[in-house]
Design a protein around this ligand. Structure first.
Ligand SMILES: Cc1cc2nc3c(=O)[nH]c(=O)nc-3n(C[C@H](O)[C@H](O)[C@H](O)COP(=O)(O)OP(=O)(O)OC[C@H]3O[C@@H](n4cnc5c(N)ncnc54)[C@H](O)[C@@H]3O)c2cc1C
Length: 470
């Protein structure tokens, strides 16, 4: 079969693939972008965006039940038309998918954007849609999909995942969420707030990936008010009449549907990675350098969810840029990766930034903390539950990381992450202005607590102001 020649072949037109394409275009190289399955990115179709739309609907509806305290009556009588709510979420999703497609692949020539599944025959020889493409370099950006144990597929559409939940026309009366990481927690809480009888299960004794025991204790209490949590035992599912029974240890619940959120697996099946001549791990992934994203010393790069490392959007974008840059330049330039930031949009937000509690050196670390209850802004917002724990280097006072559950965590997490990126110490951060009354005063209070415990007293004297030289 004749081989078409291109400089770079990008497999997958999700966030990573599209960012890789941007770099290849910028370098003026020829390329093909290949996408099997639906285009429009996981983020817009079944990921970040529809989940945030569902969360928003659920939060707004939930607020109606809390208005009596303000003297607003009738809130308890609010009724949800779930079919309309779900249609609204799909409308938001479709708007965003259209936007992605308009700004990326719409209008691309069919020989450049090939809509089919690709398979590697050799490291740089691809078979797709009945043709063969020989590329100077290849970027693998095929994303991930929900993990569903084979045996659970027998439950048909009573077992749903994040891929199918946004297609629901009506909400079930009862549902079990198995897996309480980011996705299970966000979707489980939203469904509970929309009136579904939700029960959560996780084999780990944590939720939302929290590793700090004090944050976890608060999170269990706070989230546990929305739905029942059964932790620490693996869940199993069996038929029970026309319903499903989910059991873990001596806990058991009979439900209409199960939402399976036990993890994601890389889309490498059928991709032919065996031809790379590299060892493949249990997931079918070859080893790679996460600063260059190169596979061995081949002109093949991996980016985004498929590599199984940082399954979040801005990291998929960064990885796409690194892989696309190196593929276009034919090199292995290493790039420093950003400080990790993870935000779970459940209410209140659960966040982890930088070094996690589980990774801290016990003797070299100081921990500053604040409960949200005494924070004025939190009181005004009626969101007084939560805990922020800041981790700093005991000697220098440099901020290392944080874990938290609390109101407006998405904003606080960014401030903390940017401060770590800039290498700031608790003292330096305390010299920055904090407006009043804002939720950032929670961060200020935690910083004071941290500062008291660190050796480097560099806050600028008792006034916390820089003294001018005469
Ligand atoms: C429910 C949910 C909520 C999320 N919320 C957030 C959030 O709030 N914030 C955040 O940062 N991240 C969030 N994420 C994660 C984020 O969506 C992903 O990290 C990101 O979309 C991954 O992008 P990607 O380019 O790696 O993969 P994708 O966008 O999945 O792109 C991969 C593409 O490759 C195609 N493909 C697969 N195999 C082949 C093949 N053999 N040949 C050709 N094409 C192939 C796929 O069909 C797909 O189109 C969420 C994810 C989910 C599921």
């Amino acid at each position: 079969m004749e081989e078409r020649l291109v400089d770079v072949a990008i497999i997958g037109s999700g966030t990573a693939g599209l960012n890789a394409m941007g770099q290849v275009r910028r370098a003026g190289k020829s390329f093909v972008l290949i996408n099997g399955g639906e285009a429009g990115t996981t983020c817009a179709r079944v990921g970040c965006m529809p989940s945030k739309a569902l969360i928003q609907v659920a939060e707004d509806y939930h607020k109606g039940t809390h208005l009596r305290r303000y003297g607003v009556s009738g809130g308890a009588e609010l009724r949800l038309d779930a079919a309309v709510a779900l249609e609204y979420v799909r409308h938001i999703r479709d708007t965003l998918v259209d936007r992605v497609l308009t700004n990326s692949t719409d209008g691309m020539a069919p020989e450049v954007f090939i809509e089919d599944y690709a398979r590697l025959l050799e490291p740089t020889l691809i078979e797709v849609g009945g043709q063969r493409i020989r590329a100077g370099a290849v970027v693998i950006a095929t994303g991930s999909r929900p993990l569903v144990p084979e045996a659970w597929r027998a439950f048909g559409d009573r077992l749903i995942t994040s891929d199918s939940i946004f297609e629901l026309e009506i909400l079930p009366a009862s549902l079990a969420v198995i897996g309480l990481g980011v996705i299970g927690l966000e979707l489980g809480q939203s469904l509970a707030r929309l009136g579904v009888e939700v029960t959560g299960f996780d084999q780990l004794d944590t939720i939302g990936g929290i590793s700090d025991p004090e944050v976890l204790a608060q999170a269990k209490t706070i989230i546990g008010k929305d739905f029942t949590l059964h932790l620490g035992q693996a869940a199993r599912i069996e038929e029970d009449g026309d319903k499903l029974r989910v059991s873990a240890g001596d806990q058991s619940v009979r439900v209409d549907q199960v939402l399976c959120c036990i993890g994601r697996v890389p889309n490498v099946g059928g991709l032919g990675l065996e031809c790379l001549g590299l060892p493949l791990d249990q997931r079918g992934l070859p080893p790679f350098d996460n600063r260059t994203l190169q596979l061995g010393d081949l002109p093949v790069y991996i980016a985004g969810d498929v590599d199984g490392e940082r399954l979040i959007l801005h990291e998929a974008g960064d990885e796409g840029k690194i892989a696309g840059f190196n593929a276009a330049q034919g090199g292995n330039t290493a790039f420093r990766r950003k400080v990790p930031i993870a935000i779970n949009f459940c209410d209140p937000n659960i966040c982890a930034i930088g070094t996690r509690f589980s990774e801290l050196g016990p003797t070299t670390t100081a921990i500053g903390q604040i409960n949200f209850a005494p924070v004025g802004r939190a009181l005004v917002m009626g969101q007084t539950h939560g805990l922020l724990r800041l981790y700093g280097d005991r000697a220098s006072g440099r901020l290392l990381g944080a874990e938290m559950i609390g109101p407006k965590g998405e904003n606080l997490a960014h401030l903390i992450c940017w401060s770590i990126e800039l290498g700031l110490t608790a003292g330096q951060m305390l010299r920055l202005p904090f407006y009043h009354p804002v939720i950032e005063e929670a961060l200020q209070a935690a910083l004071y607590d941290l500062y008291r415990q660190v050796d480097a007293k560099n806050m600028g004297g008792l006034l916390e102001l820089e003294q001018l030289e005469e």
